[in-house]
Design a protein around this ligand. Structure first.
Ligand SMILES: [Mg+2]
Length: 262
């Protein structure tokens, strides 16, 4: 008799492990349990307002015990992508906020304000000024490469639903007539990187997320199973509205059952 293969897990961060500046009840225990029982997991996040190191510190602060290398964030993936593809080493114009730029410096990418090889856009919040957006627009017209760390329409911030990179990327696409390459979820490139790191196959992997489009639909298109948790930005009305069928619907990550972890 062959033993069933243990699934591996890709776990979204915001809305799954914490939300509204609070850890989700039972999330830390679940991560400890998965580790103790030998399940592989990676945390995959489109969060682009903090670098990986800061993200790691935030998680530790919430009592979520993970290693920094277990976190795959969209800025890190974007920096790695630019490093691989920028043969001219022309550097990058960043439309981001906070300390996200350190993920790029860590990959050895030059950050420039003129004639970049790439324009890279993340969730820049109040930094999406006319001046920055217009600068990016003109660089795109001049032929700079165009990458977006995520293309979500909005996220659930502690102050309520909030616009994020997708809306601004789309504005730049509209104005420039250029199309941005998406690096974060739900791109196959991003999921592929995380799977490769765990040496896991899509069919043996479960994605756990609060975003029906980016997490659930994205993972299912990749051949993974996808569980939807109700602790984040989407709710049961959204499930109906989007017509997406998660493989399971959980009140929270704490409800991942033993069946799921065979
Ligand atoms: Mg989320």
């Amino acid at each position: 008799m062959t033993m069933p293969i243990k699934p591996s897990f890709l776990i979204d961060i915001n809305g799954v492990l914490y939300a509204d500046h609070k850890p989700i009840l039972g999330a830390a225990k679940m991560l400890d349990l998965l580790r103790e029982k030998g399940y592989s997991f990676r945390l995959v996040s489109n969060a682009t307002q903090a670098c990986r190191k800061t993200l790691h510190e935030i998680l530790l602060g919430y009592g979520l015990h993970v290693r920094e290398e277990e976190i795959f964030s969209a800025p890190v993936a974007t920096a790695q992508y630019i490093k691989r593809t920028d043969k001219s080493c022309g550097g990058c114009f960043l439309l981001t906020i906070g300390d996200v730029y350190t993920d790029f410096l860590n990959e050895g990418i030059k950050l420039v304000e003129k004639n970049p090889a790439y324009v890279a856009i993340g969730d820049a919040g109040a930094e999406y000024t006319f001046e920055r957006m217009n600068k990016a627009f003109n660089m795109l017209l001049d032929g700079a490469g165009f990458v977006t760390m995520e293309k979500d329409r909005y996220w659930k911030s502690p102050k309520g639903l909030s616009l994020c990179a997708g809306a601004y990327t789309t504005a730049l696409e509209y104005a420039s007539g250029r199309k941005a390459t998406l690096i974060g979820k739900p791109s196959r490139r991003f999921f592929g990187l995380a799977l490769k790191d765990m040496k896991a196959k899509p069919k043996d992997t479960v994605m756990i997320g609060d975003d029906l489009l980016t997490d659930v639909q994205g993972a299912q298109k990749m051949g993974m199973k996808a569980y939807f948790v109700k602790t984040g930005k989407h709710n049961m009305q959204d499930v109906k509205k989007f017509g997406i069928k998660p493989d399971k619907i959980l009140d929270s990550i704490a409800d991942l059952s033993f069946d799921d972890r065979k």
